[in-house]
Design a protein around this ligand. Structure first.
Ligand code: ZN
Length: 114
């Protein structure tokens, strides 16, 4: 096993467990093809600081464009805001809709069955 492969295996296997405390997961369904996409916000690296009156960030914002796995190329734009303690405050999506974890796993099963 090459060094890079080892490294990739470490990241693939350890990413979820090691960094979940700093991750916020969400699921969106593409309004065009119905694919449910699982995505994750890295709360340490992907948030932009928002500054208000006081010292330090008053909150954080997040913006990401997701594209499904090739069945269609519709971009799905996700915008979220978080408070100063990185708790989610609001979220909006263009080109799709937020769904729950259950819809994601239902969609996965539907895909593997067909
Ligand atoms: Zn789509």
């Amino acid at each position: 096993m090459s060094f890079l492969r080892k490294l990739a295996a470490i990241f693939a296997g350890g990413a979820d467990s090691a960094s979940d405390a700093y991750a916020y997961h969400y699921y969106v369904r593409c309004s065009h093809c119905g694919e449910v996409i699982k995505a994750r916000v890295d709360l340490r690296n992907e948030l932009s600081s928002e500054f208000g009156e006081g010292d330090g960030p008053s909150g954080y914002s997040y913006r990401k464009v997701l594209i499904g796995r090739g069945r269609c190329f519709q971009p799905i734009e996700v915008i979220m805001t978080f408070d100063a303690r990185r708790k989610p405050l609001s979220r909006s999506v263009t080109g799709g809709e937020f769904v729950g974890e259950e819809e994601y796993y239902e969609a996965q099963q539907a895909t593997s069955a067909s």
